[in-house]
Design a protein around this ligand. Structure first.
Ligand code: FUB
Ligand code: ZN
Length: 644
């Protein structure tokens, strides 16, 4: 555990009520494995890379220019470039807490000093709006992103106050002054509207929780209640784009811009929790279910429109047009996590796991210095490698790119990885719940004050064995609750105690609890079935009808053209299910028929029979590891070979 003493729980979300209390970075430490490696990469490479880019792109010096009265001439970056600096600060705050790094503490402080210098006397803070030569404050709520940027500032301040409550860097004061201004300007009797891009809602509620004031949650409630009243101007994609077409309460399914929709829903859960609004919470749970049942990719990715970065209609989930923005995946994790804490239901942790492995991990390169902004499920062209010295249009690169003109995703990944320990486990009156499986140390107290300590050993998802070793003696029984993912039929649970008791049984997907007065040295072992599974889509997702995908544990698998003969791409493969997917040498293999009709002037009508085909056994890769072996085409959904 880090040597810092925490006086509050260092976690991004601390609801004032709910079913579960999340454990913070002082109570859970991921010690290695799949996620531990990525956290180290984040520490060693990604954070430095992002810091360098924020500097070289001029997004940090926008604050210096503001302080020097030299805006708007030299300002660079999108209108919301400030928000990337705030997300970076949030990532740094969590990472400083996780690692105790003095180097990062120095970086953090020097950036806060630059941000502080740009804040105006009344608390206003934005480098693209409000000065002579810029548009007036709050005059473009559709696109100005002023409240959006502040929402990310508030989240950064929450991370700081919960990890270094006594720090004198000043970030929390900056956030408080800005939040007070928001309440003055947008409170009752003020501007009766909302920001075109939600996120201020989650920021306000959490800042209010962290600073123990009701004022900010009250303001967030106003924003949630106002959304859907059509106060924003209509745009070419309609007000649906920013969820201003129907009230949050009456919404049936997430729609419009996918990042906006998820951030809004997460903020609405926060408001429902803080205000005891059960009706709103029930509506949000129903919206989540509908969205997962009909508008979510197998990877957990969301958003199937490139033009407006938006959700499609129900069942509109084309693989090759999947937008699946990395930030939408992270927004979905934020929404799901809040519903998990509110309800305790494992479906939410299931989706978080799916999205972490198949969106968040997939977006990050092996060296931690390039990223996917969009996460297609079918790469049709090998494309070209991204030039490391260039800044890329967001969705155009086929390999991960080091930076984008709109670079919302990289710092979002960084803050998620740095705070990931706080999404692993929770406590309630009965005991401790483990939601995600990673090697970890858990050290906490139950509500009755009893100390609970245990270690988790696992190489999951390489294999499905998760061994929990209790490290503390308990005088009273408590529940150790483990999530059994929805796909994990046949999971085995084994309990082996130091006093010689032993039990083993098969458990069903959902939650399995072991209740006892545990003694140090007791073992609980979960063995999740990791053999490859064949997944079939609902036929209403007609873009992938008569296709299957192969999954293994939480991982979605894919076929990549580098595993075919040199001249082949993945466009005309079919899977032969007469032989089952099987594991060999640590990889999953399938039988493919590879080939294509010869080119014709008109690609429809009766084939002329000139099909060249060959059969081959081909290895699959985890989707998260795609595009790491050079240029290739790739697909997840595979047409099933028609019986001859
Ligand atoms: O508008 C801010 C961010 O830029 C959105 O969340 C992303 O989708 C990108 O458009
Ligand atoms: Zn993004």
């Amino acid at each position: 555990m880090p040597s810092v003493t925490f006086t509050t729980t260092p976690a991004p979300v601390l609801p004032s009520r709910g079913t579960l209390r999340p454990l913070g970075l002082n109570e859970v430490r991921i010690t290695g494995g799949f996620w531990g490696r990525r956290q180290e990469l984040n520490h060693d490479a990604t954070l430095t890379h992002i810091g360098n880019r924020l500097e070289s792109e001029g997004w940090l010096s926008n604050f210096d220019l503001a302080a020097a009265g030299m805006l708007p001439q030299g300002r660079r970056g999108a209108v919301f470039a400030d928000s990337e600096v705030y997300k970076y600060l949030e990532a740094l705050a969590w990472e400083i807490a996780r690692s105790g790094s003095e180097r990062l503490e120095g970086t953090f402080r020097s950036i806060v000093t630059r941000v502080a210098a740009a804040q105006e006397p009344d608390g206003y803070l934005n480098t693209s709006v409000g000065r002579t030569g810029q548009i007036p404050r709050w005059s473009d709520l559709e696109w100005g992103h002023e409240l959006y940027c502040l929402g990310h500032l508030f989240q950064a301040a929450v991370a700081r106050v919960r990890t270094r409550p006594d720090a004198d860097d000043g970030l929390v004061q900056i956030a408080r002054r800005a939040a007070d201004l928001v309440c003055e300007v947008f409170g009752n009797g003020g501007i009766e509207s909302v920001c075109g891009h939600p996120v201020v809602e989650v920021g306000l509620v959490e800042l209010g929780r962290a600073l123990t004031t009701q004022r900010y949650a009250h303001q967030a409630r106003l924003f949630i209640e106002r959304r859907g009243r059509r106060t924003l101007n209509d745009i070419e994609w309609s007000r649906k784009y920013f969820q201003d077409d129907v009230s949050v309460r009456d919404t049936e399914v997430l729609h419009g811009h996918a990042v906006r929709a998820n951030y809004l829903a997460a903020g609405a859960v926060d408001v429902a929790i803080e205000t005891g609004d059960e009706e709103l919470l029930a509506s949000l749970r129903q919206q989540w279910s509908h969205t997962i049942a009909r508008r979510t990719y197998l990877t957990g990715g969301q958003g199937s429109h490139h033009q407006d970065e938006a959700f499609g209609e129900d069942w509109e989930l084309p693989s090759d047009r999947a937008y699946s923005e990395t930030c939408a995946g992270i927004g979905s994790i934020m929404f799901s996590w809040r519903l998990l804490l509110a309800s305790g239901e494992p479906v939410y942790a299931d989706l978080i796991e799916r999205t972490l492995y198949n969106v968040v991990a997939a977006a990050l390169s092996r060296d931690g210095r390039s990223f996917y902004y969009t996460n297609t499920l079918h790469q049709r062209v090998p494309g070209t490698p991204a030039d490391p010295d260039r800044t890329w249009p967001r969705a155009s690169s086929s390999l991960r790119a080091p930076w984008f003109e709109v670079s919302c995703c990289p710092p979002n990944i960084a803050r998620t990885l740095a705070s990931l320990d706080a999404y692993v486990a929770s406590v309630n009156g009965d005991g401790v719940q483990l939601h995600q499986y990673a090697p970890a140390e858990v050290r906490t107290h139950l509500e009755d004050g009893q100390s609970v300590q245990f270690d988790v050993d696992t190489v999951y998802p390489e294999n499905g064995r998760v061994l929990i070793t209790i490290r503390s003696d308990s005088s009273q029984p408590w529940n150790l609750s483990l999530r059994v993912p929805a796909w994990a039929y046949g999971t085995r649970l084994r309990v082996q105690t130091t006093d010689g008791e032993s039990e083993e049984k098969t458990v069903e997907p959902g939650i399995v609890s072991v209740r006892r007065a545990f003694r140090a040295g007791d073992h609980v072992e979960l063995t999740l079935p990791m053999q490859p599974r064949i997944s079939k889509p609902d036929p209403r997702i007609d873009a992938i009808r008569q296709c299957v995908a192969i999954e293994r544990g939480p991982l979605v698998l894919a076929v990549e053209s580098v595993d075919l003969a040199t001249s082949d791409d993945v466009s005309a493969v079919a899977i032969d299910l007469r032989s089952q997917p099987h594991e060999r040498d640590g990889r999953v293999w399938i039988s493919l028929r590879i080939g294509h009709d010869s080119d014709r002037d008109w690609p429809y009508g009766t084939p002329d029979g000139a099909t060249a085909e060959r059969a081959a056994e081909v290895p699959l890769i985890p989707y998260y590891d795609r595009a790491n072996r050079g240029l290739s085409t790739m697909r997840i959904w595979l047409p099933v070979l028609e019986p001859c």
